[in-house]
Design a protein around this ligand. Structure first.
Ligand SMILES: [Zn+2]
Length: 323
């Protein structure tokens, strides 16, 4: 009985005693009630946690879960009574996230090419566009905006404005950027790989997320679901974005574990085991492109920003074998 022995090992009252009580299969005899009271005292927790219902809809423990003295781990707002229940809940969360793949967020909407858009606005001439395109083609690298700014003397401000039109999003300012304070909002890997830069939190409820030349709605949605903040995405001028990104990548981030799982069941195992081990007071799973991001809070979050040392991230790649 691994669940039971683990509970004992963790310094919690052994459930074997309670489960072995006479009458444990049916009614609630006084011995069981007594055992429940004893468990409550030993565990030193509030009475409420003892009577909470397991959040696993498939929970098979019946009233026995009342004897399992746990108030953690909490996964996606619900407490689960055993490692088996945690695993089942994680399994359905993983399924939910993987089933969401290929949704509208990832379909690339048709966008007017940047050069054409700038030409239409009268911000560049046909000659400037042609030369920038030729330069880009000859070099086989670099974005068009870059060539327009560096070789054709077009202002960076205009290129960023055009990108904002192209993506129908605002151009965001980058003032008083406190990189160190913002690192608990997104794992370093996502800031680095997807170029998503948390800019600031306004009024305790709105997170401004900056990108250099293209938005990433998937990262924005993941940040929204994970932080509970409304996310406003926008573009930031390259000359401001680059140094701010470098500063943030050098700042301290919450602890993270990167995992590559061989199969979906293996992935579920790893996640469920981590939750059982950390016994977080809250945890949540979201998908970001081909990664699943599990965040665990060691203690309840107090402000709009998580505390860096209270969160622990797990990023699992699901790759081609994840199906
Ligand atoms: Zn359960």
């Amino acid at each position: 009985m691994p669940i039971l022995s683990r509970n004992s090992a963790a310094g919690r009252p052994a459930l074997l005693d309670a489960a072995a009580l006479p009458g444990a299969a049916g009614r609630e005899p006084s011995q069981v009630q007594g055992a429940r009271a004893r468990l409550g005292r030993t565990a030193g927790r509030g009475r409420l946690s003892l009577f909470e219902t397991c959040a696993n809809p498939l929970c098979a423990s019946g009233w026995l879960h009342l004897l399992r003295s746990r108030s953690a781990p909490v996964f996606e707002g619900g407490w689960s009574c055993s490692a088996a229940c945690t695993r089942q809940r994680v399994e359905s969360a993983v399924r939910r996230e993987l089933d969401g793949r290929g949704n509208a967020l990832e379909n690339h909407r048709h966008r007017i090419p940047l050069g054409l858009l700038m030409l239409e606005q009268g911000w560049i001439t046909a000659g400037q566009l042609r030369q920038a395109l030729e330069g880009q083609r000859a070099a086989g690298a670099g974005r068009l905006g870059h060539w327009l700014v560096r070789r054709q003397g077009v202002s960076e401000q205009l290129v960023t404005r055009a990108l904002g039109l192209q993506w129908s999003c605002p151009v965001l300012p980058l003032e008083f950027h406190d990189a160190e304070a913002l690192t608990p909002l997104l794992p370093r890997l996502f800031v680095d790989a997807f170029g998503a830069l948390p800019l600031r939190v306004a009024a305790g409820s709105l997170l401004y997320l900056g990108f250099e030349d293209r938005l990433d709605p998937m990262v924005a949605l993941a940040a929204e679901r994970m932080t509970g903040l409304r996310v406003e995405s926008g573009l930031v001028k390259e000359s401001l974005f680059r140094p701010a990104l470098a500063r943030m990548l050098n700042a301290g981030f919450p602890a993270v574990e990167l995992i590559e799982a061989a199969s979906e069941p293996a992935l579920v195992d790893v996640l469920a085991r981590s939750i059982e081990r950390a016994r977080p007071s809250a945890s949540c799973l979201v998908r970001v492109h081909d990664c699943l991001w599990l965040r665990m809070w060691r203690r309840p979050q107090r402000g709009p920003l998580p505390e860096r040392d209270s969160v622990q991230d797990l990023i699992c790649s699901i790759g081609a074998h994840g199906e």
